[in-house]
Design a protein around this ligand. Sequence first.
Ligand SMILES: Cc1cc2nc3c(=O)[nH]c(=O)nc-3n(C[C@H](O)[C@H](O)[C@H](O)COP(=O)(O)OP(=O)(O)OC[C@H]3O[C@@H](n4cnc5c(N)ncnc54)[C@H](O)[C@@H]3O)c2cc1C
Length: 587
Amino acid sequence: MKTLPSVDVVIVGGGWTGLLVAKELGSQTALSVVVLERGGPRKTDEYGEDMDELDYAVRLRMMQDASRQTVTFRHNPAQRALPLRQFGSFLPGSGVGGAGEHWSAIFPRMLPDCFALLSHITEKYGAERLPEDHSVQDWGVTYDELEPYYTRAEVLMGISGKAGNLRGKQIEGGNIFEGWRSAEYPTPPTKIPYFSAMFHDAAKSLGYHPYPVPAATTSQTYTNPDGVSRAGCTYCGFCERFGCMIGAKAQPTNTLLPVIQKCKNVSIRTGAQVRRIVHDTVQNKGRVRGVTYIDATGQEIFQPAALFFLTSWTLNNTRLLLLSKVGEPYDPATKKGTVGRNLTHQVNFPAATLYFDQPLNRFMGSGASGITVSDFDGDLFDHSSLPFLRGGNLLSLSVGNRPIANFGTVPKSVKSNWGSEWKKAALHYYDRTGSINFQGEHLAYSGNYMDLDPTYKDHFGDPLLRLTLDWRENERSMAQFATAKAVEIAREMGAKEVTAFSGLRRYDASRYQTSHIQGGAIMGSSPHRSVVNPYLQHWHMSNLFVLGASSFPQNASANPTPTLMALAYRAVDHVVNRYLKNPAALA
Ligand SMILES: Cc1cc2nc3c(=O)[nH]c(=O)nc-3n(C[C@H](O)[C@H](O)[C@H](O)COP(=O)(O)OP(=O)(O)OC[C@H]3O[C@@H](n4cnc5c(N)ncnc54)[C@H](O)[C@@H]3O)c2cc1C
């Protein structure tokens, strides 16, 4: 193994969180910073060359290669987990920019009560209302504490949207249920597509409060405080699973990289697969000394440093902690240990599919253009007599219907499922079909967790991460409730036919839901129930910070990136203003 000279900071993973830390430390300090990214380099101008649905969206050109490294999956501990040979229900990113290159760019904040979920539910409904095997907990940070950092993340990316709660004042047309915000969105909402406009009008006529989806695909040319300019969206529809060819969608490579490239103290090493965090631990207290990685030539390298950020996304953060024996692995039988607990995946499904007589022009759009209804989110409606807790959002998006993914959906009135009648109907309905999606909370349960698989290994011979995950009655009942609301709006939209979602049963690892998978290295105010403290600093290794959605104790209905960026900004502020001034005091 080759040992390199020590640096000040090592960052493992070059996605949204890793490159945000690199940009902030690179521009605010003189520290030498090295980012280790397992995938290759990327440039925005590569994306215009070949927007090919088969290559990018079906064969997942930009994602982690499952033949080299995957995860194993099972529904419960009594089963033997099997490797996912193809990613389905979520899509891990790889390469500079991570999943932030091919994300959809929907950018909502979490509701304030999400951060104190256990306290909120217990106070309002009593502890007995929580499911028996729940492991819900508070985050150790409040919405008010995070608000300035949410604003910084929105300003960084030039988020398009309309405020619904400006310093406590409700504003019609925005999300009146959102937590207070200190500033209006940096840019106005994106254009509202035809299908989403119909959804807006129908929801409003039913007395709900529709509003434009907050989007990191900016509606107009925007220059952020770092001096980085991006163009406005042209609604070409190549967002989710693609990099944006004109840079309208905020991506780490078009928003953070231009600043990092000017920082002489930051370097990014690509093709660097980190395998272990090397540490000295005595009686549960320790310090990280360095990381080992395999470089692009296959050589094993030891990179020592003084300060470490683990920013390799939920599953990789958890796996690296487990492989490196940092902290105590969670044991569902005894409920002891913290690493790997509270695995959650946002509840997401097409609640209603609508068929119309007229074309909807759904080939145009962006990953985040559309309308949301949040009237059934969180605890915004009384759950006293409902068989479930919490809720979520109904979304009508126009993301640019891709032909391979969307061809072939026909209403139930079409009786044949093959042959000329079906082909005619499939062609007719291709652009006459829309869906109302539900995206809801997933509570944490003691039986949903991650550990190392005892059987299956990756191409380096390291154990794969094993996911044990299934839905409970809470999610199933919530899905049923949300489906009825979506169908109500769909009928009001005047759809010729409506198909309701058939219901959540077992967790399906093959159906794409979202990539909003969370937990494993959760934050909290006690080292007995969390891996990192409210500043995302490891409880037992003060020179290690673990960033990203791995820190979320449970899954909110909001997409994760605004919150993980806000938490990353807060962690960097803590490092710069407190930790670096006196590392020993915070050990
Ligand atoms: C198709 C899709 C659509 C999405 N849409 C949205 C959306 O609309 N809104 C939203 O909020 N979120 C969305 N997301 C999620 C969003 O992309 C993530 O929340 C965000 O990118 C997470 O940032 P991160 O830095 O934690 O991880 P990532 O962006 O995944 O970056 C992690 C990086 O670490 C690298 N890495 C991993 N392991 C190692 C290792 N051992 N050594 C070295 N490097 C390593 C990876 O290669 C990767 O580049 C979407 C994701 C996908 C896949």
